[in-house]
Design a protein around this ligand. Structure first.
Ligand SMILES: [Zn+2]
Length: 423
C-alpha cells in the first residue's frame, strides 16, 4: 500500500457526501489516487458501519441518511454472520496506524488484506462527540445536534461541552435520533456494550449509544472477556477503547508512548480473535485520526485582538473553531479579518456555506443555530487557542484533531472473522 507523504496527509480532503453510494458519491474525484483506493464514496463513511453491521447479522436497520443497509454491508465487505463484535479505538486514524503498523502485529496482518486497505471517512468535525453521534445513529451531525467538542447551547445561548455534557442540554433532548442499538433492541436482537463502569450512564453514552445492554468491566481484560462471552449469543457487541486518543493528546501521536499504547491495544484486540467464538465477525474502527500540533503554528487569540472583533463566543476546538458572532457583525467581515491575519493557516466559511456543501449532512432547523455563524478548519499543523479561557495545558496539546485533513479524517475499518480452532 502506498502511503501519502507528509504534505498530503495534512492537506484538506473534500468531505464524503452522506448516503449509500458506492460508485457515484456525487463527487468529481472518484478515481484512485497514487494507486490507493478511491475516496469520496458515500458508503465509505463512519456512519455506514452500524447500519452495515445490522444487515450483516440479519436485522437491517435503515437510518435517515442510509436507507440501504444491505448495500452498505456489501460496500464495506462484511460477510453475513450470526454474531459480530465492533471495536471502536478512539483516535486510531488510518494513517496514524499505518505509520506505526510495526507496533501492531495483529492489525498489521489485517492491513495486509487488500479489502482492509480502504479507509473510511469520519464526519466533520473529526472529533469524538460528533463522530460518536454519527457512529451510534448511522446519521450525521446535522441531525444528531452533536456538532463539536463545544458548541452553542441554544437553550441559554452559552457554550456547552459535549464530552461530559457540561452546561449542556439533557442528552436525550439534544440527540433525538434513534440509535442503531435501539433499532436492533426493538427487534429483539441482543445488543451488548462492554465498557468502563463510569461510562455506563454517561451523558455521551445516553446521547449516542443508548439501547445496548451495558456490561461493565473495570479492566480492559474484563471488558474484552465480557465481549467474547456475549458473542456466544447471536447479535451485536460493541467495545470502546480509549487509551490511544488519551496518549495521543498527552504525548503526541509520534511519541514512543503512543506507539507503545498502540502495541498494547493491538494485543487486546488480538485477544478477541483468540477468545471469541469461531465465526464471530470482528470489525475494528476509529472515530478520528490525529495530527501533531506545533508550537510555531499555535495561534493564540489572546495576542491577536483583531480576531476578537465581531466575535461573541468561540466554540469547537483548536483544529475546528466555531465563531458565534455579535448580532451586528457581518460574517464576511469576520472571515476577511481572520484571513488577513492568518492567511492559508485556516480555511473558513459561513454556516450557510458549510451546510450547503453538505459538511454536516442534512441539517435539522433545530440544529443549525448550534453550529457557529462562521466555521473554520485549521490547516497543516495549526491550532487556534485562547489562553485567556483555556488552561496552558489545553492550549499546548501535542496531539490534536477536529479538522478536515486526510490524517484526521481517514479511519480504519478492519474486518476479520474468528477462525475455527484446530486442535
Ligand atoms: Zn481526542
Amino acid at each position: 500500500m502506498s502511503t501519502p507523504d507528509e504534505h498530503e496527509l495534512v492537506a484538506m480532503v473534500p468531505g464524503v457526501p452522506y448516503g449509500d453510494g458506492i460508485v457515484d458519491g456525487g463527487s468529481q474525484e472518484t478515481d484512485a489516487v497514487g494507486g490507493r483506493p478511491p475516496r469520496h464514496q458515500a458508503a465509505l463513511h463512519l456512519s455506514s458501519v452500524l447500519p452495515a453491521l445490522s444487515s450483516a447479522i440479519g436485522h437491517p436497520i435503515p437510518t435517515r441518511v442510509h436507507d440501504d443497509p444491505a448495500g452498505l454491508r456489501s460496500a464495506l465487505g462484511l460477510p453475513e454472520v450470526r454474531s459480530a463484535i465492533v471495536v471502536l479505538v478512539d483516535g486510531l486514524g488510518f494513517w496514524n496506524l499505518v505509520s506505526r503498523a510495526g507496533h501492531a502485529r495483529y492489525l498489521r496482518s489485517l492491513l495486509n488484506d487488500s479489502a482492509n486497505q480502504r479507509p473510511l471517512s469520519t464526519c466533520v468535525p473529526s472529533t469524538t462527540v460528533a463522530a460518536m453521534g454519527v457512529f451510534g445513529t448511522g446519521t450525521c451531525p446535522g441531525l444528531t445536534g452533536m456538532t463539536g467538542y463545544t458548541q452553542r447551547n441554544t437553550d441559554n445561548g452559552r457554550i456547552c461541552q459535549l464530552i461530559q455534557f457540561r452546561d449542556a442540554p439533557d442528552p436525550l433532548d439534544l440527540q433525538r435520533v434513534p440509535t442503531v442499538f435501539e433499532g436492533l433492541a426493538d427487534e429483539g436482537v441482543r445488543v451488548t456494550s462492554c465498557g468502563m463502569p463510569r461510562f455506563e450512564h454517561s451523558a455521551l453514552t445516553r446521547a449516542a449509544l443508548r439501547g445496548a445492554d451495558y456490561r461493565c468491566g473495570t479492566t480492559a481484560h474484563d471488558r474484552l472477556s465480557a465481549a467474547c462471552e456475549s458473542a456466544r449469543t447471536p447479535g451485536l457487541t460493541y467495545v470502546y477503547i480509549r487509551d490511544v486518543d488519551k496518549t495521543g493528546h498527552a504525548q503526541g501521536w509520534e511519541s514512543r508512548d503512543w506507539a507503545a499504547t498502540v502495541e498494547r491495544v493491538d494485543s487486546q484486540i488480538a485477544y478477541l480473535r483468540r477468545c471469541a467464538p469461531a465465526g464471530t465477525l470482528l470489525v475494528i474502527v476509529a472515530d478520528h485520526g490525529m495530527v501533531s500540533a506545533r508550537e510555531e503554528d499555535r495561534i493564540d487569540m489572546a495576542s491577536r485582538p483583531r480576531l476578537d472583533e465581531g466575535v461573541a463566543m468561540m466554540g469547537g476546538e483548536p483544529r475546528a473553531p466555531m465563531l458565534y458572532l455579535h448580532e451586528d457583525a457581518d460574517p464576511a467581515d469576520v472571515i476577511g479579518r481572520w484571513k488577513a491575519e492568518l492567511g492559508d493557516r485556516i480555511e473558513m466559511m459561513t454556516r450557510e456555506q458549510a451546510i450547503s456543501r453538505g459538511l454536516y449532512g442534512p441539517v435539522d432547523p433545530r440544529v443549525a443555530p448550534m453550529i457557529g455563524d462562521v466555521v473554520a478548519w485549521s490547516c497543516g499543523h495549526t491550532t487556534i487557542v485562547d489562553s485567556r479561557e483555556q488552561t496552558d495545558l489545553a492550549t499546548r496539546l501535542p496531539g490534536v484533531h477536529g479538522s478536515r485533513t486526510m490524517i484526521e479524517t481517514d479511519v480504519p475499518c478492519l474486518i476479520d472473522v474468528v477462525p475455527r480452532r484446530s486442535r
